[in-house]
Design a protein around this ligand. Structure first.
Ligand SMILES: [Zn+2]
Length: 77
């Protein structure tokens, strides 16, 4: 039987379990990455993203859709 050592599961383990992604694997050499710090200041986040050439604006929020639009003309097949 498997027992959890702690009620808390770290974020990297949750991402690995949910998406089968190892976010701590270095894409260049396969070594292990470690978190050096966190950036929470909005202005600083913008500067970091900009320096990485990433978008700094939040993605557009799509409006809610009628779920039956997904069913197509003949409904569920
Ligand atoms: Zn590396």
């Amino acid at each position: 039987m498997l027992y959890a050592a702690s009620p808390r599961v770290d974020w990297a383990s949750l991402l690995r379990r949910s998406f089968e992604v190892d976010v701590l694997a270095c894409p260049s050499c396969g070594g292990r990455l470690r978190v050096l710090g966190e950036v929470t200041d909005t202005a600083m986040v913008g500067l970091v993203l900009e320096s990485l050439g990433m978008p700094t604006d939040a993605p557009r929020v799509a409006r809610a859709r009628d779920p039956t639009e997904w069913l197509g003309e003949h409904g569920v097949e």
